[in-house]
Design a protein around this ligand. Structure first.
Ligand code: FAD
Length: 264
């Protein structure tokens, strides 16, 4: 991870949507040195799943609510600021954006909650299934498939509007956690590539991996010695042991139509 002292140097990214794609993208962006704010206006559909059995690293599957909690924890630990709030409007301003937020988490009516605004150099939309705040923006194309609306993006998640990206389900990706997580990472890397951040790998390598070959440690990489490697391993074991100590308290939430809400 880059030095936190330089964290704001790369610019500010607002990630709209703190689900699978948004939290994964946010993790990559914060680690690359962006001041990264992840706004979430509801809950990831991950919280409706019964049991996740098709994510790498979990041979017997994992409780999806625990997985969602761990995604949040990882994003925060890597430097993201997670905030509750629904993005209700987005306007280009200068070379960036003005993002209007309904902090009450309502349906976009300002009366639902306290309205607030944030300015950002980049916006990454990962807000399945709400693309409404993108409607009417110049050069941003939305398309319908079945009853859903998606954002048209290129292979790096770029919309037609410079500085605006989309990832996960809202960008038309398959309805699978690992696909949406991977897409969040891919789009974050495209944003990093488009920015002023120098050539970038996010790697932790054993001591000497680069330097013993007379090479400088590349931007975004670090070399760690055996002691530090063991310290990180012990810390990771403790974090996971605590997370898996007891069954998760939360039951799956149900489909909004069964809760008296709308289609989602
Ligand atoms: C019942 C069920 C079972 C499933 N089972 C599996 C499974 O076993 N395996 C698997 O791989 N996948 C499964 N999935 C699919 C998986 O959960 C999704 O593919 C994945 O969560 C999509 O990631 P995402 O980031 O695109 O959307 P989400 O994870 O839903 O994240 C989107 C986030 O954006 C937020 N948001 C929406 N609008 C706004 C706005 N305007 N402003 C700010 N935030 C906003 C939402 O609150 C949400 O937190 C299942 C889905 C369901 C419904």
């Amino acid at each position: 991870m880059n030095d936190p002292d330089t964290a704001a140097d790369a610019g500010r990214v607002v990630v709209s949507g703190g689900g699978v794609a948004g939290l994964t993208a946010g993790t990559f962006l914060a680690r690359a040195g962006f001041d990264t704010v992840v706004l979430d206006g509801g809950e990831s559909i991950l919280r409706r799943n019964a049991h996740l059995e098709n994510v790498p690293g979990f041979p017997a599957g994992v409780n999806p609510r625990l997985f969602a909690d761990l995604l949040e924890r990882g994003a925060e630990r890597n430097g993201c600021l997670l905030e509750a709030g629904r993005v209700v409007d987005l306007r280009p301003e200068g070379s960036g954006f003005r993002v209007r937020i309904d902090a009450g988490g309502g349906d976009g009516d300002a009366a639902d909650g306290d309205a607030a605004t944030l300015v950002a150099d980049y916006v990454l939309a990962a807000s399945w299934s709400d693309p409404e705040y993108l409607r009417g923006l110049d050069s941003v194309d939305l398309f319908e498939r079945g009853s859903k609306t998606y954002v048209d993006v290129d292979e790096g998640g770029r919309t037609g509007l410079e500085g605006l990206y989309a990832a996960g389900r809202i960008a038309g990706k398959a309805h699978q956690t690992v696909v949406c997580a991977g897409h969040g990472a891919e789009v974050a890397l495209a944003l990093i590539e488009d920015s002023s951040v120098p050539f970038y790998h996010d790697w932790v390598a054993p001591e000497g991996y680069f330097t013993d070959r007379g090479r400088e440690v590349p931007p975004g990489c670090e070399e760690i010695d055996a002691e530090e490697r063991r310290r990180r391993e012990r810390e990771s074991m403790a974090v996971m042991a605590e997370a898996f100590e007891a069954p998760h308290d939360d039951e799956p939430t149900t489909h909004p139509s069964l809760r008296g809400g709308g289609e989602e």
